[in-house]
Design a protein around this ligand. Structure first.
Ligand SMILES: [Zn+2]
Length: 116
């Protein structure tokens, strides 16, 4: 991959990382603390069943954001190591088009499809 392309993807990934961290913080999650179960929620619901359902929904969203953040950080790490843009499974280039759509992609399209 060209250095100019790497710089461009680094910028994209940095933006995504900032956005994901902001979203986590907005939801009251600490991006540095992987232990989301310890979070203390107060939704102000009198009905505890509804409160539990709401809490689980929020936890699911936080988990997705965290996974996204993890992938973005891995991608940034790979940029530093010079392995960015290579499929983690087959080692082939992931392809610019796919990276444009998903800068933190870890697998090439055919490996991703095989993974199901
Ligand atoms: Zn692959």
């Amino acid at each position: 991959m060209e250095a100019t392309e790497q710089a461009r993807f680094r910028e994209l990934l940095n933006e995504q990382r900032d956005a994901l961290r902001r979203q986590l913080e907005d939801m009251g999650a600490d991006p540095e603390d992987p232990n989301i179960e310890s979070m203390d929620f107060d939704f102000g619901f009198a009905d505890s069943a509804q409160s539990t359902a709401e809490r689980n929904k929020v936890l699911a969203v936080i988990e997705r954001l965290r996974e996204g953040l993890h992938d973005v950080e891995l991608a940034l790490d790979k940029l530093d190591k010079g392995t960015y843009g290579l499929c983690e499974r087959c080692g082939e280039p992931i392809g610019l088009e796919r990276l444009e759509a998903l800068p933190a992609a870890r697998l090439c399209l055919s490996c991703k499809q095989k993974e199901g």
